[in-house]
Design a protein around this ligand. Structure first.
Ligand SMILES: Nc1ncnc2c1ncn2[C@@H]1O[C@H](COP(=O)(O)OP(=O)(O)OP(=O)(O)O)[C@@H](O)[C@H]1O
Length: 257
């Protein structure tokens, strides 16, 4: 039997609220090989963020088996997470924002300086090092958020709708940027999106979720992922169109269930 880097079996998550039990996830099975990019797409409320929070070690109140490289999730460790609002501290400069995680890990100042300078250089962010988040564009902020995650040298990068507040062109630029980083690091990435084009462009494996309660409805192996030259071309648009049809079908099933 194959050992996956990311392996989820029969995951169930319940929330208790005001005496009511909400089944956010039930019978979720998901697997992803090391160094692959997975994308989760599905309707609002189907449990995408809940799934990511379990993987990030932020929610340990679940049943089933969740393993990252054979071990249950823990906060920090070898997993980094990037959120929709970038999660930057507004009162700290770009440099200080990126440094933060390493300081928490008690690295020496010399180690920190080398690691951060090297990474900012690699990501083309050196000229922004002294600026504050409010002095950056949305795309620049997201690059800094990516730098802050990468400086910790994670083996798994979790992204919860990371590009949703960006305009269409900036969004494409940062998708390309993420792809370049992946080419270099071969990180395992699991990204949540509501955007079909983004799912097709980035996801080597696309997990389509359904609600009521949340589960993985379908897994799609996507041979078009990462092919910048195919963006907007017939093949790419056809893939988006079939994913859209599938999602529409599922959405209406969920609505009438
Ligand atoms: N802390 C909580 N307490 C109670 N119910 C919750 C809590 N967090 C989430 N839920 C419920 O669990 C279900 C899944 O929520 P979740 O946020 O994971 O979905 P999602 O797919 O990420 O949604 P969206 O796409 O809108 O962000 C929803 O029904 C939601 O109302």
């Amino acid at each position: 039997m194959q050992d996956y880097f990311l392996s989820i079996k029969s995951l169930k998550v319940l929330y208790e609220q005001k005496g009511e039990t909400v089944t956010a996830l039930d019978s979720v099975n998901l697997s992803l090989n090391q160094g692959k990019r997975g994308v989760i797409i599905g309707p609002s409320g189907c449990g995408k963020s809940t799934l990511i929070s379990v993987l990030a070690g932020l929610n340990s109140n679940y049943s089933g088996e969740v393993l990252i490289d054979g071990r249950p999730p823990t906060i920090g460790g070898e997993t980094a997470m990037i959120l929709q609002d970038f999660g930057l501290l507004p009162w700290k400069t770009v440099w200080d924002n990126v440094v933060l995680g390493l300081k928490l890990r008690k690295r020496t100042t010399a180690e920190i300086n080398v690691a951060v300078a090297t990474l900012l250089e690699k990501l083309g962010l050196c000229s922004l090092a002294k600026r504050y988040p409010a002095q950056l564009s949305g795309g620049q902020r997201q690059r800094v958020a990516i730098a802050r995650a990468l400086v910790l040298e994670p083996r798994l990068l979790l992204m919860d709708e990371p590009f949703s507040s960006l305009d269409a062109l900036t969004r494409e630029e940062i998708q390309d940027f993420l792809l370049e980083i992946w080419e270099e690091t071969r990180l395992t990435i699991l990204l949540i999106t509501h955007n079909i084009e983004e799912a097709v462009f980035l996801g080597q494996k696309i997990f389509i979720m359904s609600s009521g309660p949340g589960h993985i409805q379908q897994e799609v192996e996507n041979g078009l992922a990462g092919a910048s030259h195919l963006r907007g071309k017939v093949q790419f648009l056809e893939m988006c169109s079939s994913l859209r049809s599938f999602l529409r079908g599922r959405y209406s099933d969920a609505a009438t269930a």
